[in-house]
Ligand binder design. Structure first.
Ligand SMILES: O=C(O)[C@H]1NCC[C@@H]1O
Length: 406
C-alpha cells in the first residue's frame, strides 16, 4: 500500500472502488477520486462520456479490468437529490459506454449504501430510515432512467445490510413494445446458423432500458431451449449480427423508442430466451433461463435486472402473467456455476396514466426485482502518466474475435 501511496503522491490519478458481485456479475463501485460533474444526471452522464471516458476505460477494460467488467459511479448531487426525491444518484458504465439502468448494480448498491457511513461517499446516509416491521430500509436511487426504489434488509437496527435476505428494487414503469416482430436479415450468409432464412422473429420490451428477446430456435440453435454446452462463438456472432441489424433497421426503431425521453431510446440488451408462452397461466410461479448480450458483446453473468423488469412487463402485457405473480429468472452463466436463486421478478402495480401508451402492448407496470449481492473486496487504482494505457485500456476480445467477422 505504501508503494501505491507513493505513486499517487507523485502525480498518478487515484480512484478508490468497492467491488461486489450480484449472482456472479461484478460491480466496481467508484467511491473516491472521480472528478466532479455538474448539471442534471443526464448532463453529468454526457460530461462523463465527453471528458472522463478514459477513467471508465482505465477501470473497466484491460489491464485493470476485463471485457465483462461493470461499473457504478456514485453521484451525490443530482436534480432529484436536490429536490429530496432521491437520496443519491448513479451512473452505470460497461465495456462500451454508459447505460440508463442496471438491476444487478442496483442490488449491489442497495447493500453498499446501507453499509457505508462515510459522508463523503453518501452524504444523505443518516436520512435512511428503517422499517422495524420488515427490518428493512428504503433507498431512493436516481438512475439515468429515473427514480428506482431499493429495499434493503438490515440488521443491528439498520447499521448494516443483511446478506441472508434478498435486496429488492421497484423499477420505473416497464412496458412491452413488440411481440413476434419479424426482423429482416439483409445478409443471412453472415449468420450460418440461419440456414438461409432471411427473417428472425423477436419481442421488444422496456425496463429502464430497451431489450430484445429472441428464442434459441429463432437464432438457429434448435428447439431444445437454452442449455449448456452452447457453441459460444456461433452464438456471439449471431447475437452480434442481430443487434447490429436491429440498430440499423429504420422499421425496428419504433420498438426501441421511449414515449417521453429521447436519451432512453435505443436497444441495450439482447436476451436469448426459453419462451414461456406454452406454459399454463394459472401456475403460481415459474422459472426461465436467459443469456444476455449487451454493450460490446459483454455477457451478463446475472439474470439482468433491467431485462427481468422488461420481461415481466412483456409477459404481463401479453396475458402470460398475473399481477403479483412471482417468476424466477436465471442466467445461463450464473445458474451453471452455482449462482444463488436467480432474480425473482413480480408485477406489482399497473401504471396507466403516465405515458402515451400508443406504442405499447397492454398497460405499463411497475415490477419488483429481488436478488442477492456480495462484497468481493476493494481497490485503489492508480494511473501513471508514463503508462501507455493511462488514457484507458483495451478489449482483447475486440482485437481477436469481434474484429474478424466483419
Ligand atoms: O442487471 C442489469 O440490468 C444489467 N447487468 C449488466 C447489464 C445490465 O445493465
Amino acid at each position: 500500500m505504501d508503494v501505491i501511496k507513493r505513486v499517487s503522491q507523485s502525480g498518478a490519478y487515484t480512484i478508490g472502488v468497492v467491488e461486489t458481485h450480484t449472482i456472479g456479475e461484478p460491480t466496481r463501485i467508484v467511491i473516491s477520486g472521480y472528478p466532479s460533474l455538474s448539471g442534471t444526471l443526464l448532463e453529468q452522464r454526457a460530461q462523463a462520456k465527453a471528458q472522463y471516458d478514459h477513467i471508465r476505460r482505465r477501470l473497466l477494460l484491460e489491464p485493470a479490468g476485463h471485457a465483462d467488467m461493470y461499473g457504478a459511479i456514485l453521484r451525490p448531487v443530482t436534480e432529484l437529490t436536490t429536490s429530496g426525491d432521491a437520496h443519491i444518484g448513479v451512473l452505470f458504465c460497461h465495456n462500451e459506454g454508459y447505460s440508463t439502468m442496471c438491476g444487478h448494480a442496483t442490488i449491489a448498491l442497495g447493500r453498499f449504501l446501507i453499509d457505508t457511513w462515510d459522508e463523503s461517499v453518501f452524504p444523505r446516509r443518516r436520512e435512511i430510515r428503517v422499517d422495524e416491521d420488515k427490518s428493512a430500509a428504503e433507498i431512493r436511487l436516481h438512475a439515468p432512467c429515473g427514480l428506482v426504489v431499493i429495499t434493503v434488509p438490515v440488521v443491528e437496527s439498520g447499521q448494516s445490510s443483511d446478506p441472508t435476505r434478498p435486496v429488492s428494487f421497484v423499477n420505473l414503469p416497464a412496458f412491452a413494445t413488440g411481440r413476434d416482430v419479424p426482423v429482416h436479415i439483409p445478409q443471412p450468409a453472415r449468420w450460418p446458423r440461419l440456414g438461409g432464412r432471411e427473417t428472425v422473429t423477436v419481442d421488444f420490451c422496456y425496463g429502464g432500458a430497451f431489450t430484445c428477446l429472441v428464442s434459441t430456435e429463432q437464432l438457429g440453435f434448435g428447439k431444445n431451449g437454452l442449455k449448456l454446452p452452447i457453441d459460444s462463438q456461433a452464438m456471439n456472432a449471431a447475437t452480434k449480427v442481430l443487434r447490429e441489424v436491429i440498430q440499423a433497421d429504420e422499421s425496428c426503431q419504433q420498438y426501441v423508442t421511449h414515449p417521453m425521453h429521447k436519451e432512453l431510446s435505443s436497444l441495450y440488451t439482447l436476451i436469448v430466451v426459453d419462451k414461456d408462452e406454452g406454459r399454463p397461466l394459472e401456475k403460481s410461479t415459474g422459472v426461465e433461463t436467459g443469456l444476455c448480450y449487451f454493450a460490446a458483446q459483454q455477457i451478463d453473468r446475472s439474470p439482468t435486472g433491467s431485462a427481468v423488469t422488461a420481461r415481466v412487463a412483456h409477459a404481463y402485457a401479453i396475458g402470460r402473467r398475473h399481477m403479483g405473480q412471482p417468476w424466477t429468472y436465471h442466467s445461463l452463466v450464473s445458474n451453471s456455476v452455482g449462482g444463488q436463486g436467480g432474480f425473482v421478478g413480480t408485477p406489482v402495480e399497473e401504471v396507466s396514466d403516465l405515458y402515451d401508451t400508443k406504442s405499447m402492448l397492454g398497460t405499463p407496470v411497475r415490477v419488483k426485482v429481488e436478488g442477492y449481492a456480495y462484497y468481493v473486496g476493494s481497490h485503489t487504482f492508480v494511473a501513471e502518466k508514463e503508462d501507455p494505457f493511462v488514457e484507458g485500456g483495451f478489449l482483447f476480445d475486440a482485437l481477436t474475435y469481434h474484429g474478424n467477422d466483419k
